[in-house]
Structures are given as C-alpha cells and as structure tokens.
Design a protein around this ligand. Structure first.
Ligand code: ZN
Ligand code: ZN
Length: 68
C-alpha cells in the first residue's frame, strides 16, 4: 500500500508554447482554458494537462511515471 506518489502529484495546466504559462487546476476550472500570452506561439490554444511533483517541482505528462 503506497499512495504517496499519487498524493504528491498536483494537476496543473501549462502552455507548451513560448510563454510557458502555468496555471492551477482551479484557474482552469474557472474558465482559463486557453493561452492569452501576447506573442506566444500557442496563443488561443488550449492549455495542456500536466502533473507537478510537489516535492521537487518537476512537471511531467500524466502518462509518465515520476520517481525520485
Ligand atoms: Zn502561451
Ligand atoms: Zn519529484
């Protein structure tokens, strides 16, 4: 029984364009779903869902496994 890896992962949303914006799940649920960064290569595109490790701050894809 080890749910530790799961607990320390926080859902975030990121822009994978040049602005590298990072928003919280709360902001995303409040309707901030698209990048609005001036000059960003992905302005107007949906943010991508990622997981963030609260221990080391690493951002990674849901399908990837992250360990220390
Ligand atoms: Zn952007
Ligand atoms: Zn980590």
């Amino acid at each position: 029984m080890c749910y530790n890896d799961y607990i320390m992962n926080k859902i975030i949303y990121v822009c994978t364009g040049t602005c590298k914006a990072e928003i919280s799940e709360e902001q995303y649920n409040d309707g901030l779903t698209k990048c609005g960064g001036e000059g960003c290569t992905l302005k107007g595109h949906d943010f991508a869902k990622r997981l963030k490790c609260s221990e080391c701050g690493a951002v990674y894809n849901e399908k990837e496994t992250h360990s220390h």
